[in-house]
Write a protein that binds this ligand. Structure first.
Ligand SMILES: [Fe+2]
Length: 196
């Protein structure tokens, strides 16, 4: 409501301005130059690689939460906790990868729709699966991430993008390798009580 003498009333001015639209600040797929002493082509290549890795890391992170919720059987409690620990660690990687994309001048993917379109990790069923299937599905996803992360790390090192190489080697590769060990040891077929 507008007061004829004083403009918008106090009540009107304090109302939140909802449903606003404007042009995007930066389109996906473009790189905005930042003064970090790296060529635009190098930033572009790293951003493209990191967005693929981001889609796969978000998918792996969410697969851990799915299994955290849906796990069953005699090892329920330890796997319920382990899956959530790995979920949180993958969540930290997601943030580190996305923020590196932004600091390289790129635009990180974020939403589930984009992740689903991009990820290389096969889609699991919505229903619950047995523990051995959950575990082997996680190992397969880890291997996809490790394979691409190693290739991307070499490419970043050759291009002189040491920061991306360090993130990939020190954080992504090492974390995934360690998680593979923790998951993989559950799939070694050893006797539970008496020796064979
Ligand atoms: Fe939980």
């Amino acid at each position: 409501m507008t007061n004829r003498h004083t403009g918008p009333t106090v009540v009107e001015r304090s109302r939140p301005l909802t449903i606003q639209h404007a042009k995007e600040l930066q389109h996906y797929g473009t790189v905005s130059r930042l003064p970090i002493a790296l060529d635009a082509s190098v930033c572009h290549a790293s951003v493209d690689n990191l967005n693929q890795l981001l889609a796969d890391t978000i998918t792996l992170r969410d697969m851990y939460k799915k299994h955290h919720w849906q796990v069953s059987g005699p090892t329920f409690y330890q796997l319920h906790l382990l899956f959530d620990k790995h979920f949180n660690e993958q969540g930290q990687l997601v943030d580190a990868i996305a923020e590196r994309i932004q600091l390289l001048g790129g635009v990180s993917i974020a939403m589930a729709h984009d992740v689903a379109e991009m990820t290389l990790i096969p889609r699991p069923p919505r229903g619950r699966e047995e523990v051995p299937v959950q575990l082997s599905r996680l190992l397969h996803a880890h291997e996809i991430v490790l394979k691409e992360a190693r290739a991307m790390a070499r490419q970043a090192a050759e291009a002189g993008d040491d920061g991306t190489n360090d993130l990939l080697v020190s954080d992504v590769i090492r974390t995934n390798e360690l998680q593979v060990w923790f998951i993989g040891e559950h799939l070694v077929d050893t006797p539970l009580v008496g020796h064979e």
